[in-house]
Design a protein around this ligand. Sequence first.
Ligand code: PHE
Length: 342
Amino acid sequence: MMLLERVTELREKVEKEVITTVDALEIFRIKYLSKKGELSALFEDLKVAAKEEKRELGKTLNDLKQLAEAKFKELSESIESLSTKDSNQLDLSLPPVSNTTGNLHPLNLTRYKIIEIFERLGFSVADGPEIEDDWHNFSALNFPENHPAREMQDTFFVDRNPDFLLRTHTSNVQIRLMEKQTPPIRSIMPGRVYRNEAISARAHCFFHQIEGLYVDKNVGFADLKQTLFQFAKELYGKDIEIRFRPSFFPFTEPSAEIDITCLICHGKGCNVCKYSGWVEIAGSGMVHPNVLKNCGIDPEEYTGFAFGMGVERVTQLRYGVNDLRLYSENDVRFLKQFKAVF
Ligand code: PHE
């Protein structure tokens, strides 16, 4: 093909190009205007053209070059204005698209917080079955058969085999740990537990507990007291006071209920603390020698303390939740109020 024809053809191609994107514009530049582009190739060929044609051809080719450059400039300007026009169309005053990430359940927030505190005090976390046998839930814990203490922890029994029941506390995990491990044992046991109780604002047929167990040589009541005092201060703040009230559990001797200053009235007296200024947060005591024996641990060599608290109760004091049923109703209006405060 003659050089002139090729120039004319290229001119038509350049004129027809329609470009709307930055990428296409770059392809246009490389194709026509770069050193390796089609125009440069034609200029190379011009060098070897016949002398008498050179003037005319050179002029046409230069015109085409100007045309391509002008088109490139025009296209880049229009693409640039297009993209700024786009961003001008964004309405920055609109409210953002809401972030629908959920949050943790208040009982889980409390559970994690309690675990975190005890882990720092050197306790590990242990787990066990919710469907349990009589031995691990009652007998090994020094509840004799037909003893009235069982009455306080009535539960649900498996019809076909009443030796199996839904555990009433996570103390079953204490037994399982002591049966398996030789002391030192220092663990907490979080989990769901069941009681046969009518559902009301203050009671439910299931709730959550965290119990703790520390068995080693020379573990005394002072260790129990200081551990729980430290825990209460970490959870509720430095100004909290703690008191131990004598109590009874078949599996601990001596036993004590643990009270802290009422957080609602700060000790002045209100209906939450029944005008006493104190609220109960946990049961505790020194592990009964019979329980150690039942698990193959020599009570002459080892002693230990245990405690147990209800997660619902602790959560109530942290957040002021006044009805137990709210925890399991799955009402989003209730649930979404709780933010992780670690
Ligand atoms: N297991 C007791 C309960 O569920 C709580 C407790 C645990 C008390 C350990 C003392 C020691 O009521």
